[in-house]
Design a protein around this ligand. Structure first.
Ligand SMILES: *Cc1c(COP(=O)(O)O)cnc(C)c1O
Length: 392
């Protein structure tokens, strides 16, 4: 049989062909009117994609670079910050804020769960300068309730900044950035926007700009004020990732094209698509006898699935690759071997979901020896899809 390579990983995600063509054609110099026009157009599109009236900046780095920028630009050594962590990416916030000399309070939830809001409220102090959290914790496929956390901050700590790693949340979660009061929302190129790794983007609120005036931590490459000044002229402070920016523009055009050219509506379609594919995947795999790793707060970015006792997720990951040339993600860190993760963010559609669940039926039968009938998982997924399309 032919084996067609397919990516189902939560970053990098499958590439959009139109974006690949745009990248290949982007041989322009970055200090030219051509580039300025492209850059300004893409920055404008990004504001709509993120859904904010604030500035959105683009940085040439992976997502972690923008996470670092949101620590170095907003804090001073000795500042008290609160990190909400429930997985590997939350732990990255702990490491980053410590690296910049912050006094770090931590609210933890076990892997596979989200936080108790009461614990968050109890951990807030009047001097807490910023709260750092993920919208979706990709390592466990959990969605955190950013709206509830934002609401809590407005009541209990109105001066505290809210910084959200939306690197897999953007394009899979509906946000109302300005109304909720998210001060920084971070995205990355290799996730829902369907282009290769190497670009990060972030929205920055007026409050966050004001906080930068007093923040003392060192920054040079990731100096957001410098980027903002240059962006106003249609340029970036240093050599931008020209090809990726052209690809991003094409991807945002494609997303707009899903709703007749309206990018805001296209963003909703992208999010709803991820949510429906995630729900269908959960239903399909549960019907095959798998256990969801994050049943109470599942993300639409990815689905994490626990393998039955005595089995290893390594076998699922390896067999999907050898039999079907399909790549899914294993667990990270201590979750390796225990869970596998299937992505829904970006360029996936319902037919991709059905194909993957079909392949999982073979693996459940042949590799894991589960008592599964062909069609059992697919039928459950089809029902979710059918219900979703009659509702919309
Ligand atoms: C992918 C990802 C990141 C960024 O990782 P990079 O490798 O630096 O791009 C950060 N947070 C979350 C939740 C992610 O999924």
């Amino acid at each position: 049989m032919f084996r067609k390579t397919r990516l189902f990983t939560p970053g990098p995600t499958p590439l959009l062909p139109a974006a690949q063509f745009a990248m290949a054609a982007a041989d322009m110099h970055h200090r030219t009117p051509e580039f300025r026009a492209l850059f300004q157009r893409v920055l404008g599109q990004l504001k709509i994609f993120v859904g904010t009236r604030s500035d959105v900046l683009l940085l040439a780095c992976s997502g972690t670079g923008a996470m670092e920028a949101s620590v170095s630009n907003l804090t001073s050594p000795g500042d008290r910050v609160l990190v909400l962590t429930a997985g590997k990416f939350g732990e990255r916030w702990v490491d980053l804020t410590k690296a910049f000399g912050c006094q770090v309070d931590v609210v933890k939830a076990p892997y596979g769960e989200t936080f108790d809001l009461g614990a968050v409220r109890a951990a807030l102090k009047p001097e807490t300068r910023a709260v750092y959290v993920q919208a979706t914790e990709t390592s466990t496929a959990v969605r955190h309730d950013v709206e509830a956390i934002a609401k809590l901050l407005k009541q209990a700590a109105p001066e505290t900044l809210l910084v959200v790693d939306g690197i897999t949340g953007l394009g899979t979660t509906h946000f109302d950035v300005d109304a909720w009061g998210i001060d920084v929302l971070i995205g990355g190129s290799q996730k829902a926007v369907m282009i290769p790794p190497g670009l990060a983007y972030l929205s920055v609120s007026d409050r966050a700009w004001a906080a930068m005036e007093t923040a003392q931590n060192p920054r040079y490459y990731f100096d957001l004020r410098k980027e903002r000044k240059n962006a106003a002229k249609g340029e970036s402070a240093y050599t931008p990732s020209v090809a990726l920016i052209a690809g991003l523009g094409a991807a945002l055009d494609y997303i707009a094209g899903q709703a007749g050219g309206d990018l805001e509506k296209g963003r909703m379609v992208l999010v709803d698509n991820a949510q429906t594919n995630a729900a269908a995947t959960r239903a399909g795999l549960v019907a095959l006898g798998f256990t969801l790793f994050a049943p109470t707060a599942p993300a639409a970015a990815a689905t994490a699935v626990a393998v039955p006792e005595g089995m290893s997720s390594d076998d699922v990951v390896k067999t999907l690759k050898t039999r079907f040339a399909t790549v899914i993600a294993n667990g990270q860190g201590e979750m390796k071997g225990k869970i596998f993760r299937i992505a829904h963010l970006g360029f996936f559609d319902y037919l991709d979901t059905i194909a993957l669940i079909g392949a999982m039926e073979h693996i459940a039968r042949d590799t894991l020896k589960l008592p599964v009938d062909y069609g059992q998982g697919v039928a459950a997924a089809q029902k979710v899809y059918a219900e979703a399309v009659t509702q919309s």
